[in-house]
Design a protein around this ligand. Structure first.
Ligand code: F6R
Length: 256
């Protein structure tokens, strides 16, 4: 894992935007894995402002709530449309988000995996992290080998996400999410985390044991995982001096 610590959330988003923009420019037919939530919003604003060419880009989102359609304002379809896709020249046919209204969700999950495979796999997967360490909606105790499937949210995640729904009673109980095994198969992952409320989960993911109790710790098994943090999210890590030293002394061909 490579840990990049930036002074604040805006600088962390800048770093993440640079990594995504470099890929979009160097590989115009890249396959991106995308996330929703509060954390990626500044990153998406920066990518929009960069005026990049998305015409050859394909995307796969991590997850979607079951039981709400794409027109529901809190669906991840609506989130992605409003915060990114409507403002870049991506082809609608190249956008993939799990369908929370699929009549046969299990068959839909299998088909989603197949579409990722047919697209040639995901080049760069963006991840946020839940306060309980979830990635995608792989909640604690998720199988580290899991593939895209239906999951039940924890009460903690439902209450963390209640802010979007006007109360946790409205947050769906079930979701479709890429699995941890799916995420581990991507060619590169970029976990972006900002804010003090993520510090404990980040420390467990980076410096704790690999355990399904902190699903993000599975990224220790990923051959190319970048963890981009602000100072607050990094505040419970014990090896910050080393991470900063590694970043400051990167060989020129590895500079971001
Ligand atoms: C969203 C997702 C989730 C979020 C996580 C953090 O697609 O997969 O894992 O990344 O819940 O959410 P925020 O960024 O809102 O704190």
């Amino acid at each position: 894992m490579e840990i990049i610590i930036q002074p604040d959330a805006d600088a962390a988003a800048d770093m993440a935007a640079r990594i995504f923009a470099n890929l979009i420019i160097s590989k115009p037919d890249a396959v991106l894995g995308l996330a929703t939530g509060s954390t990626p919003l500044p990153l998406y604003r920066k990518l929009i402002a960069a005026g990049l060419d998305w015409s050859g880009i394909t995307t796969f989102n991590l997850d979607e709530y079951i039981g709400i359609g794409p027109d529901h304002p809190q669906s991840y379809h609506a989130f992605m449309q409003g915060n990114l896709f409507s403002q870049v020249n991506i082809k609608p046919g190249n956008i993939h988000i799990p369908d929370g209204m699929a009549s046969d969700p299990e068959a839909h999950c299998r088909a989603y995996e197949e579409k990722i495979r047919q697209a040639g796999g995901i080049d760069l997967q963006l991840l946020g992290i839940g306060t309980d360490g979830h990635i995608g909606f792989n909640e604690p105790t998720s199988s580290l080998a899991s593939r895209t499937r239906i999951k039940t949210l924890t009460e903690r995640t439902r209450s963390d996400n209640a802010r979007f729904f006007g109360g946790s009673g409205e947050v769906p109980f079930h979701v479709i999410t890429m699995g941890i095994g799916t995420i581990l198969q991507t060619r590169k992952v970029l976990l972006l985390a900002t804010g003090k409320n993520k510090a404990r989960a980040v420390a467990g993911a980076v410096e704790g044991p690999v355990t399904s109790m902190n699903p993000a710790s599975a990224l220790q098994l990923h051959p190319s995982a970048l963890v981009c943090l602000d100072e607050d999210a990094a505040s419970e890590l014990t090896r910050c001096d080393y991470y900063r030293w590694v970043f400051d002394n990167k060989p020129s061909w590895q500079k971001i």
